[in-house]
Design a binder for this molecule. Structure first.
Ligand SMILES: Nc1ncnc2c1ncn2[C@@H]1O[C@H](COP(=O)(O)OP(=O)(O)OP(=O)(O)O)[C@@H](O)[C@H]1O
Ligand SMILES: [Mg+2]
Length: 166
């Protein structure tokens, strides 16, 4: 049996490349998948989610949630886009995210470090970091927390020719 991949790194050099990675990922997503995104302001979390939304067949606009924490987008699989930036980790427990995470939607969470650890058990962690080589360069670190996201990551990297350097 093929060994499942736990981690991978993808380099992108433009917002469009990051969206394209999101579309590739979306083709492999299933109802109930959780994507936990981290990265500094302006790293590209929303940009990646725009690509994921496009790949899920979402046709309405995916933007940075301003005062709305949770956006639900209908698509081939419904997408929840959640941005926890303005919430304290203590408040996150109060907004009922466990029901959303347990739903048959794809859930993409920005500032996911504020989520309680038990909600993240099966998540695919995605950390986007600025790369010194160029202002539009990003390193996108992917890490599977459970077998389900490991399958997702294996499928993504098989077909995307992932850069797997540490
Ligand atoms: N390779 C790249 N991938 C993604 N975005 C890029 C890239 N190069 C440049 N950018 C630009 O960086 C910005 C990323 O903004 P985005 O809103 O996606 O970040 P974010 O991580 O969601 O920020 P925030 O924490 O404020 O929500 C955009 O202006 C985008 O055009
Ligand atoms: Mg954002």
């Amino acid at each position: 049996m093929q060994r499942r991949r736990q981690t991978a790194v993808q380099l992108t050099s433009s917002p469009e490349q990051t969206r394209s990675l999101g579309r590739q990922l979306a083709l492999r997503l299933q109802p109930g998948d959780l994507l936990s995104l981290r990265g500094h302001l302006g790293a590209g979390k929303t940009t990646l989610i725009q690509g994921i939304a496009a790949g899920l067949g979402v046709t309405d606009l995916v933007s940075s949630p301003s005062f709305t924490l949770i956006h639900q987008h209908p698509g081939r699989i419904p997408l929840y886009h959640i941005d926890l930036y303005r919430l304290s980790a203590a408040d996150v427990g109060a907004i009922g995210l466990d029901e959303i995470v347990d739903s048959e939607a794809v859930v993409a969470v920005e500032w996911a470090e504020k989520l309680p650890a038990d909600l993240l058990r099966n998540a695919l962690d995605i950390e986007i970091v600025f790369d010194e080589s160029d202002e539009d360069a990003r390193r996108i670190h992917l890490r599977a927390r459970g077998p389900r996201s490991a399958r997702l990551l294996s499928s993504l990297t098989e077909n995307c020719d992932a850069d797997t350097r540490p």
